[in-house]
Write a protein that binds this ligand. Structure first.
Ligand code: DP6
Length: 362
């Protein structure tokens, strides 16, 4: 089993050149959701996602010889060029947990600058883009110091593994277009430890897909994703979920490969309702959809049935609606969003996005 622990990755004190590494890494939208985890960030079920494009985090990692003799990790973290103590403490704890994998992190001084392309308070989870960008910077740093990750496939796998430890869904952001994470009998190379790129399996129609995010609420969620994963542990319907999800994934994989957009839409919407159904059946139960989420879904469904235009939705663990559709329908969908869906959004805000090519080193 890969655990990447490597006590040999240490530098000669005082011999580290200073340098700077920058990665831009996107968010992703799960089509089959990761919901429930065990052990050290291992998923209870497999998930598959589209990699996004416009919603990304840009992370700059500056490093140099350690000046202080303070033991452990020395990191200064800036979010949008400002000190943020809460994020800083979280990053320091995360880097400390990575010392068995990257022992050199206690031998250098780090300054990390991170910023998102989307507004912080838009109710969009930034952990996938942020943790994947940081993981990519750390793997590049390892490669710069030791030359150990020159093979692209090995680099991506390790970056995905590290991203997973930061936030489960982040491990899927490493790959172009689509990624699959979690063991499933139908995909031989699947692993709980890291995601694998799945973009090359997509029928071309899906590579043109848009994912426009309707911002229904900017409020902080009443139940965080972390608490939501935890509540799956004693959810009486969890076992049924985990017994049936492989079949749903198998059917989705077949639709994604064959280009069956209608079947794709039916499965993805069932999965989104399934995720929120699990929340409503949890002990205690909770509800993250807002009245406007439901109203927008109903409007979308009736417009689809009258126009026959393939517009579908999915939801993350929150009230915002992700609209999925092929590029060939873009102008008609744009007119529909403007006239009928924007009234459900806070301050009419929505973030247009689409399937993207994955992270980029800048
Ligand atoms: C509903 O990846 O945010 O978005 O591993 O605790 O950081 P942690 O959870 P996180 O959970 C994402 C849940 C989801 C579904 C998904 O992206 O697969």
């Amino acid at each position: 089993m890969t655990d990447y622990q490597n006590p040999n990755l240490v530098v000669h004190p005082g011999k580290v050149r200073s340098g700077k590494i920058t990665w831009r890494s996107p968010s992703n939208i799960a089509l089959i959701k990761y919901w429930g985890k065990y052990g050290n960030q291992l998923p209870r079920n497999p998930s598959i996602s589209f990699t996004l494009d416009a919603a990304y985090t840009e992370t700059i990692l500056e490093y140099g010889s350690k000046v202080s003799d303070k033991p452990g990790v020395s990191v200064d973290f800036m979010f949008h060029r400002e000190h943020n103590l809460q994020f800083s403490n979280k990053i320091e704890r995360f880097l400390t947990s990575l010392l068995p994998i990257f022992p050199f992190l206690s031998q250098i001084d780090l300054t990390i600058f991170s910023s998102n392309s989307f507004p912080h308070s838009a109710g969009i989870a930034s952990s996938a883009s942020a943790m994947s960008a940081l993981a990519l910077c750390l793997c590049s740093l390892e490669d710069e110091l030791f030359g150990t990750l020159s093979d692209d496939a090995e680099f991506e796998q390790k970056a995905s593994y590290i991203a997973r430890l930061g936030s489960g869904s982040a491990c899927r952001s490493i790959f172009s277009k689509a990624a699959l994470w979690g063991e499933t009998p139908d995909v031989k190379a699947s692993s709980n430890l890291y995601a694998t790129g799945w973009g090359h399996h997509l029928h071309p129609i899906f590579t043109t897909f848009h994912d426009d995010i309707l911002i229904i609420s900017k409020d902080e969620k009443s139940v965080s994703s972390t608490a939501g994963h935890k509540l799956m542990e004693n959810n009486p319907y969890a076992e049924t979920r985990y017994m049936t999800v492989d079949t749903r994934l198998k059917r989705l994989i077949s639709a994604l490969k064959s280009g069956d957009v209608e079947r794709f839409g039916a499965i993805v919407e069932q999965e989104a309702f399934g995720l929120h159904g699990l929340m409503m059946l949890s002990e205690p139960p909770y509800l993250l959809m807002q009245p406007s989420t439901v109203a927008a879904i109903q409007r979308l469904m009736s417009w689809r049935s009258s126009t026959k235009i393939p517009l579908y939705f999915t939801l993350d663990a929150g009230p915002n609606l992700h609209l999925l559709y092929p590029d060939e329908s873009a102008s008609k969908v744009a007119a529909f969003i403007r006239s009928e869906l924007l009234p459900f959004c806070v301050e009419g805000s929505f973030i247009p996005d689409r399937v993207g090519n994955g992270p980029r080193q800048l």
